[in-house]
Design a protein around this ligand. Structure first.
Ligand code: SAH
Ligand code: SF4
Ligand code: F3S
Length: 444
């Protein structure tokens, strides 16, 4: 086995894990290749909604079929991520082409498990959640990119009634501050100008080596790493917001004016049934505190429609909270019953047609808010971090401080540059910018 390819199916933490898996395999001597040419395929899966697991099985089917058709040997298939943790060996029974199943806390062992597989061991399953963290055993980061993810916290103790994460990722655990700063330093030295700290409940972070150091302390420490010019974090939970975290938005210059604070529903009755541990009032008070600290903050959320028992009146409260907050953007999903979670057992499930109709209405409302948020920026100037090429060869796409995609036409730009633009036009999902000045020129 000489070449590998890793495919990510999940959230940003899943993407981060995929990068670390790729780095661990490369450190072990394997070479990254295109998916169709790799001897080893790692499918890093997500379990959050029904379709996420279905994607895995259709992907495995597609890979096997492709190998059969071309008369080549099937690649070794390793399934990692949250479906691996939730379904374990069942995956091999359902998809015989899968060779290894490795959970999200055990993937640092992938090189040794692959050696065991090469030595003839069949159907390898490792779902261990070892006491010694994978972060202490993975090789140092080598990724070089203008904007990077850095996982600081994993797992969840909140047990929202709809959610699998506490079961697939385990209980809340924070990485020590020293390891996070070491990783941030390497990433910044490699050219990263923007770091996004990740965690299922990122603001529940506490230094395991010093419990008085909370998320506010962490934000300050990462902002102080030389080269870190932009700092973001996701996903935070309303219950874990501290005053230090709110103040960070007013006091830390690198802190971007952006906050993803999922509310899930606007109805107190549904929030209680979801076991969210906050009501609408508590959430709206938080929004007011954040806005007082940083008036231009872009706020985004996740929503679930059609949670068991949701009435039309409950749903209208969700529509009304979208307008009350004035979200800059939001993700919205139809409730998907997950085996093993309390909400899946409820007998007041909502029909698919009702869910679909509510989702459409919610998305229209979100889109209208996003459009008015983006339009309100037209005429302003801001710095954007250039990340990748646009559709046309002379177009580039960068990120505004409010995490909007901004398209600029200027053939001479390069990824990693921060440039000042005037925002000249806005749609619901992106804006158009016109170059004003090159703020800082960093050849990437
Ligand atoms: N820890 C984060 C969310 C992680 S999961 C938080 O509490 O906000 C990402 C999103 O997936 C959730 O915010 C929720 O909107 C959605 N989600 C989770 N479980 C779901 C389910 N069973 N059906 C539909 N959407 C779900
Ligand atoms: Fe899931 Fe709730 Fe935990 Fe978020 S807080 S990961 S939605 S259980
Ligand atoms: Fe999916 Fe696991 Fe992330 S279930 S959303 S990959 S934490």
């Amino acid at each position: 086995m000489r070449t590998f390819s890793v495919k990510s199916f999940g959230c940003q933490m899943n993407v981060y894990d995929s990068e670390r898996i790729a780095e661990a395999l490369a450190a072990d001597g394997l070479i990254a290749a295109e998916e169709g040419e790799a001897d080893l395929l790692v499918l890093n899966t997500c379990h959050i909604r029904e379709k996420a697991a279905e994607k895995l099985y259709s992907e495995v089917g597609r890979i096997s079929k492709r190998a059969r058709k071309s008369g080549t040997e099937k690649p070794v298939i390793a399934v990692t991520g949250c479906v691996a943790q939730a379904e374990g060996g069942e995956i091999m029974r359902r998809a015989g082409a899968v060779d290894l199943v490795v959970g999200p806390q055990a993937y640092h062992r992938l090189p040794e498990l692959l050696r065991a597989h090469a030595g003839g061991q069949k159907d390898i399953v490792d779902l261990d959640m070892p006491a010694r963290s994978k972060f202490d055993q993975l090789p140092a980061r080598v990724r070089r990119a203008p904007s990077v993810f850095l996982t600081v916290q994993e797992g969840c103790d909140k047990f929202c009634a709809f959610c699998v994460v506490p079961y697939t990722r385990g209980s809340e655990a924070s990485r020590p501050l020293s390891g996070i700063i070491a990783e941030a330093t390497i990433l910044a030295q490699g050219g990263a100008r923007e770091i996004t700290l990740l965690g299922q409940n990122v603001n529940a972070w506490r230094d395991p080596a010093n419990h008085s150091a909370d998320f506010g302390t962490l934000l300050r420490a990462v902002a102080a790493v030389p080269g870190v010019e932009r700092l973001r974090y996701t996903t935070s939970h309303p219950r874990d917001v501290s005053e230090a975290m709110v103040r960070a938005h007013a006091e830390i210059p690198q802190m971007m004016p952006y906050l993803h604070l999922p509310v899930q529903s606007g109805s107190d009755r549904i929030l209680a049934a979801m076991n969210r541990k906050h009501d609408r009032r508590f959430y709206m008070d938080l929004i007011a505190r954040f806005r007082a600290a940083r008036p231009d903050l872009a706020i985004t959320s996740d929503f679930i429609v059609g949670f068991p028992g949701e009435t039309e009146a409950d749903f209208e409260e969700t529509l009304s909270i979208v307008d009350a907050v004035g979200y800059a953007q939001a993700f919205s999903f139809k409730y998907s019953p997950r085996v093993g979670t309390p909400a899946a057992e409820q007998d007041d499930q909502i029909g698919e047609d009702v869910k679909a109709e509510r989702l459409q209405r919610l998305q229209e409302r979100i889109l209208a808010n996003a459009l008015s948020f983006n339009r309100s920026m037209v005429g302003q100037r801001c710095d954007i971090l250039i990340e990748r090429r646009g559709r046309r060869p002379d177009q580039w796409i960068g990120k505004s401080p409010w995490l909007q995609s901004v398209v600029v036409t200027d053939a001479a730009l390069e990824p990693g540059q921060i440039v000042n633009v005037e925002l000249v036009a806005a749609g619901p999902n992106s804006l158009e910018g016109r170059m004003v000045t090159m703020t800082t020129a960093v050849a990437w």
